[in-house]
Design a protein around this ligand. Structure first.
Ligand code: SAH
Ligand code: SF4
Ligand code: F3S
Length: 452
């Protein structure tokens, strides 16, 4: 079969799609880049907001309709919405061939084989505590890869559907993760991003180390700090990122690992959601505004070049103008390099869905717009401040816009454009670039490999 995957949602889904591609290729199927060339189309869906589900459902509706003209076309859905809707998925889309929850995506090649043998309407979802059947194979090119280390989430923030659809926390054994990363490194991967919904919770529920009590070579006892140290020791891995984080995970050991292990990028995506203590409590986030800002202060004190990005929700039930203004000022105090702003969307079955969604949509839009404009200015100023600094850039290759120049990413995950040296540059190596110009989304600079 020639197949294509359409992926919605977060990096977890990007990683799951990539793993499924690798499995399908191993089963003899061929990836294609255009839908019209495919005879197997899979939509990897997200449930986090109503709009995300609408998008995936709309796409699936079109694909199922196309089956009338293309009777051999196989259409499947995977991901969070497949888990949330369960058997209802087929009530909505009777022509769908299979639906697979995120903990079961390893089953897809088998399901495809069954559909080819004549079955249809196949459902595979997992209970919240079942061990995930997610493959450790990769289909990546380039120098960066995602590696899932922690599945699910036990935090149950009041607004969030993720714990319902991804299930409870399950941490993969460190041994497995390290073997996967070593294999990636042998295939040319230089940067790994470790994934988990609250990734620093790694190893808090189930044991992950064979010798769970032994401190690591540098004296780390927390499972996640130990993992960071062990990943940094994998030959060939020159950069480590991890996401998402929660302020409770910003421990002394984590800060020490970030400061002392040279492979770890000095960047965190640390979603704050709100700057109002009252709303944070209603959201059940488990920290106050001051806890959050305290964590940021500790990170900045340890790493002067620390970059911070975040997520914010506007229009949570009961969010008054005064609460919103607190979010606005927190974003200034925390000085985010970048932030994603979301309008609150009630998710069925979550605690917040029982509260009145009382902020009108026009008001959510206004608050969203105000924060976006603030953030644009703040982000541009943050980039301006980088002019004159040296950034370590993972050189990827010629830039898409201008092949004479090269591009790569800074530790803060910003795109950096620079001229390659006359003798050329090895892609996948770190280049030292002095920043000379800054646009809102991009930094420009010159190679400074022999400067101090
Ligand atoms: N586990 C991650 C978040 C995953 S969801 C974390 O806690 O860091 C990504 C973002 O979507 C969240 O940070 C939040 O800002 C937003 N989000 C989640 N549920 C939402 C909802 N019901 N309405 C609007 N935004 C939501
Ligand atoms: Fe959702 Fe909260 Fe878990 Fe993040 S930490 S996935 S926002 S419940
Ligand atoms: Fe969406 Fe599932 Fe990620 S709901 S945000 S794809 S965990």
């Amino acid at each position: 079969m020639r197949f294509i995957l359409h992926t919605y949602g977060c990096q977890m889904n990007v990683r799951d799609s990539e793993a499924v591609s690798a499995l399908l290729a191993a089963a003899g199927h061929t990836p294609v880049s255009h839908e019209n060339d495919a005879d197997l189309i899979i939509v990897n869906s997200c449930s986090v907001r109503g709009k995300a589900e609408d998008k995936a459902l709309g796409k699936l509706g079109l694909l199922c309709a196309a089956k009338r003209e293309r009777p051999n076309l196989i259409v499947g859905v995977m991901g969070c919405m497949a888990q949330r809707l369960g058997p209802d998925m087929f009530k909505r889309l009777p022509a769908l061939d299979f639906s697979v929850g995120p903990r079961r995506c390893g089953a897809i090649p088998r399901l495809v084989a069954r559909v080819l043998a004549g079955e249809t309407g196949l459902l595979e979802t997992a209970g919240p505590d079942e061990t995930p059947d997610v493959p450790d194979v990769h289909a990546v090119s380039g120098f960066s890869a995602f590696v899932t280390v922690l599945f699910g989430c036990n935090r149950r923030c009041a607004y969030c559907i993720v714990p319902d659809v991804r299930g409870s926390e399950y941490s993969r054994p460190a041994r497995e993760i390290l073997a996967e990363i070593a294999a990636l490194a042998r295939n040319g991967i230089r940067e790994v991003t470790l994934l988990g919904q609250s990734v620093m919770n790694y190893g808090r529920i189930n044991p992950v180390w064979d010798d769970s009590d032994a401190p690591s070579p540098s004296g780390y006892t927390e499972p996640f700090a130990r993992l960071l140290e062990a990943v940094a020791a994998v030959p060939g891995i020159i950069r480590i990122r991890f996401t998402s984080s929660h302020p409770s995970g910003v421990t002394d050991q984590l800060v020490r690992a970030m400061r002392t292990l040279p492979q770890i990028c000095h960047h965190l995506h640390l979603p704050v959601q709100s700057g109002s203590d009252r709303i944070l409590r209603l959201m059940r986030r488990g920290y106050t505004r001051e806890d959050y800002l305290g964590a940021v202060r500790r990170l900045r004190a340890a790493m002067p070049d620390f970059a911070l990005t975040s997520d914010v929700i506007v229009g949570f039930p009961g969010e008054a103008e005064a609460d919103f203004e607190e979010t606005r000022s927190l974003m200034d105090d925390a000085d985010f390099d970048n932030a994603f702003i979301f309008k609150y969307s009630p998710r069925p079955g979550t605690p917040a869905a029982d509260m009145e969604d009382d902020v009108p949509d026009t008001e959510k839009m206004r608050r969203n717009q105000v924060l976006l404009e603030d953030q644009d200015l703040r982000g541009a100023a943050a980039n301006q401040r980088l002019i004159g600094t040296f950034q370590e850039v993972l050189a990827e290759g010629p830039s898409l816009r201008n092949a004479a120049r090269w591009s790569g990413r800074s530790p803060g995950n910003k795109i950096v454009i620079f001229d390659p040296p006359p003798g050329g540059l090895q892609p996948g190596t770190l280049a030292r670039v002095r920043i000379t110009r800054a646009a809102p989304q991009t930094l420009y600079g010159e190679l400074a490999n022999d400067c101090p």
